[in-house]
Design a protein around this ligand. Structure first.
Ligand code: ZN
Length: 325
């Protein structure tokens, strides 16, 4: 992390009257306060889930960010107090970790519950990882494993083959449950190596806009996966159809974008700030469209850029160009 940018409650959240926070005003609030290249955390007095229940908070997976631009975590104040591990849990989701009891969620590519002995662990069962404990599905929010004051499980939970889940640990173990479990918050205290690896990868790839903040973290190497994500975002925010063959876009032999020529393409919307992730871009021609908003300053960071044509749009703002040559 490079910095913390605090927006005081008194001048933002309170001012725009978000004493009760739910999905319906989430985007409205974010529009006014969200920082583009940050892990935004909203601490709120109350958090209401779509089903009407008060919950501790929520985060969205990276896929959601590429779909809707959602790049924040919501956390209820009392769930961020000393000893409560909910924020850690939500940060896990933010960096693409699933629940350890995950299963049967085709949206995540997960279609099976993990068996107690972990025999079916892997990409399609449980949380998709093998070094996390197999954990029982509790049937929904609020149905936590029943434990005593020492966090020992008091009941037996069984899988589809009638084997007992150990939650990865035996009674009396000093190491407690996984942060991504639904075990009581004070009983959760660890991530596994595979989870940490998965978060690191997500930080550098899915959430590369974070590491780009820190000089030296992201190399100038060509990353076709990252470029494709930027293109998808570009097409989404510009409101244009995504051409199957990326017509108008030219790639180098490594698969990175070198030229975008979308003049007269009927584009509307705004240019996304992530445009400067296209670090091999030499030509950007978006002239004769109906693009509006402010020109992202980040365009000035594209050191390879030689031709920039944005004529005949409704774009405001200026950039400090460090054009080559
Ligand atoms: Zn969760």
């Amino acid at each position: 992390m490079c910095s913390i940018n605090e927006i005081p409650y008194s001048t933002s959240l309170k001012e725009i009257r978000y004493s009760i926070y739910d999905n319906s005003n989430e985007f409205e609030m974010a529009e006014k306060t969200v920082a583009a290249r940050a892990l935004n955390i909203y601490f709120v007095p109350e958090a209401i889930a779509p089903n009407g229940q008060s919950v501790c908070g929520w985060a969205s997976f990276p896929a959601e960010y590429y779909k809707t631009g959602k790049n924040w975590i919501v956390i209820r104040n009392d769930c961020a107090a000393n000893g409560n591990t909910t924020l850690i849990h939500e940060v896990g989701h933010f960096f693409n970790l699933y629940h350890t009891h995950q299963g049967k969620n085709p949206n995540l590519g997960i279609t099976e519950r993990e068996l107690a002995n972990g025999a079916n662990c892997g990409s399609t069962a449980g949380d998709g990882l093998c070094d996390t404990p197999a954990e029982p599905y509790m049937g929904g929010r609020g149905l936590l494993p029943i434990v005593n004051n020492d966090c020992d499980i008091l009941c037996e939970y069984r899988d589809a083959k009638d084997n007992v889940y150990s939650m990865g640990y035996n009674v009396g173990d000093s190491v407690r449950y996984n942060y991504m479990s639904y075990a009581p918050t004070e009983c959760r205290s660890r991530f596994t190596d595979e989870q940490i690896e998965r978060m690191k990868k997500s930080y550098l790839v899915d959430r590369n806009y974070l590491s780009n903040l820190c000089p030296g973290v992201v190399s100038n190497l060509c990353d076709p996966f990252r470029d494709e994500k930027v293109l998808l975002k570009l097409y989404r925010t510009l409101g244009g159809p995504i051409p199957g063959n990326w017509s108008g876009v030219t790639f180098n032999s490594d698969g990175c974008v070198t030229s975008i020529d979308l003049k007269n393409a009927g584009l509307t919307g705004e240019i996304p700030i992530e445009i400067d992730d296209l670090n091999y871009l030499t030509t950007l021609n978006l002239s004769n469209n109906n693009i509006c908003g402010t020109l992202p300053k980040s365009i000035g960071n594209i050191t390879q850029l030689q031709i920039l044509n944005l004529a005949n749009n409704q774009i405001s703002g200026e950039i400090l160009l460090k054009l080559k040559g």
